[in-house]
Design a protein around this ligand. Sequence first.
Ligand code: PEP
Ligand code: MG
Length: 585
Amino acid sequence: MNKLEGLTASDGSAVGPLFIREQSSYETSSKQVSLGEVQQEIRYYRRALEVYEHELEQLLIKLRGTASEIIKSQSLILQDEQIKGEIINSIRTNVVSASYAIDQVYELYIGRLRDSASNLFRQRIIDLITIKDRLVKLAAAYSERSKSDEQADTNLELPVSIDSTPQIRGCIVVARDLSPTEVVQLSESKVMGIVLEKGGLTAHAAIVAQSLNIPCLVQIGTQIQDISSGRIGIIDGEEGVLLVNPSPETIREYKTKISDAQVAKKKIKPSRLPAITKDGERVQVHANIEFIQELPMASSYRAEGIGLVRTEGLLYGGLTHKSEKEQDMYYRRLLDDSTGPVVIRLFDVGGDKLHGFTTEESNPFLGWRGIRMLLDEKEMLHSQLRSILKCTQDYPDRIRILVPMVTNIQEVHLLKEELSIVKSELIKEGFTQVQDVPLGIMVEVPAVAVMADKFAKEVDFFSIGTNDLTQYTLAVDRTNDQVGRLFEHDHPAIWKLVQQIQLAAQNEDIEVSVCGELASTLLGASGLIGLGIRNLSMKPSAILSVKKWIHTYMLSEFELFASKIVKVQDREQVHQLFSTIFHRS
Ligand code: PEP
Ligand code: MG
């Protein structure tokens, strides 16, 4: 048995055959073909198109919401006559293979879109890349097959599909990296777990895996090259390891463990677990949501509100596909299917979210992201604000607006101006009952944490984003696996900043919550409560264990822990204190 160490990005354990998801490397393999092969290559392309369209249709039957929007938009691009014509023309005139022509033509469009000044065009890049990769793979698979099988050209049957065959059902998928779209697709294919060579704990692919409750390990590193498909693997989420080729006894052991955990989960009655410390201190526990599909889980775990709605998912299909009317429906559904306050974060595009959506930047995390982009893209900002404000008519006092990636006070002032412009427009149009909504900011840039006293005078609430706060404070790219082990969201520097933010909020009497991953860990929740935070927002799957934890201890124990972790010199000491005070590792 081989034991490969990684990091647990999404909790849970899984047992299943390993399925290695190869990266495509067909592009340059068979560039030039003979004149006699041109017609055959055109047929490969046409067949690849048909197969892909069929795959997307099948996916659409199974998918809903955001995931189906992604697929619909890909289907539209696939059917684009101009692109189709250029690919066929390229095969004919350049006498090249279908896979090469597909790659070249799509790359041309991707390049043009990257250079485009139009944001609407730039939104398409991510779709084009996904389509290109799949078409290249399919066309190359036909070509490979025809070399080994004389009949292949006359009998163009479906080659093995990598993403949507029953073949991966029940498997643990091992890949270099995955896009959020691919994670959604894998979830639809009912995979047992995901193991990534790369990826950070808070990378978007990991967050989607958490959202969809798929056990996921990241940062296994180049060790994945030694794994081959078909072997049995075990993801141990507690230890953050992948076991390859375990003994039958170990497999039995894990299977029992997994089914015991499932039974225990069903037995726990969420209503009996109020988030109150042993001595009666009340803590609000809210859910972070990205997909509407997560709402039932949030409500079954009795989330008292939705503390963070990551709305970027609305943009996967491009804004042209998300009219204001469709956004209206999304927010209404969100409010209908939840209880308590709903904190809607404005589009946080940039960084690792929607790669290719924004222009290419050498440092995307330090670039045109969140509020910086929204203030430049007024059309997008206004459509979102209009939709949210209109909703306040029917859901009074439930909606709050959260602004991402704020760095300076000016941005808050400008956003307030835009809000009042949108509100006046709506009133003129006859939406006379629109309400003012509480306006909050993500505290995720160190400058804002340090100057929290100033920002607290400007807004109604703070939401601390410990994922980005860690990334920017410790100068560790949250998606870079090479420095992944330095991504310490429980580092004393973070605790000191949280303490400062909490005090600033308390002085101005505004609410403060924490919606970064730190809040979903037992150590994190303990420190945050001890520092005076009374509102934690987390992935739905973490709610149960955090509530239970809060129930087990006295406020004074959390406070003792907090008073010490702001004084120690490194994370190791934070963890030692945690084990000593709570008798846990
Ligand atoms: C954060 O940065 O902590 C956060 C909650 O936002 P996101 O992970 O979406 O950037
Ligand atoms: Mg963030």
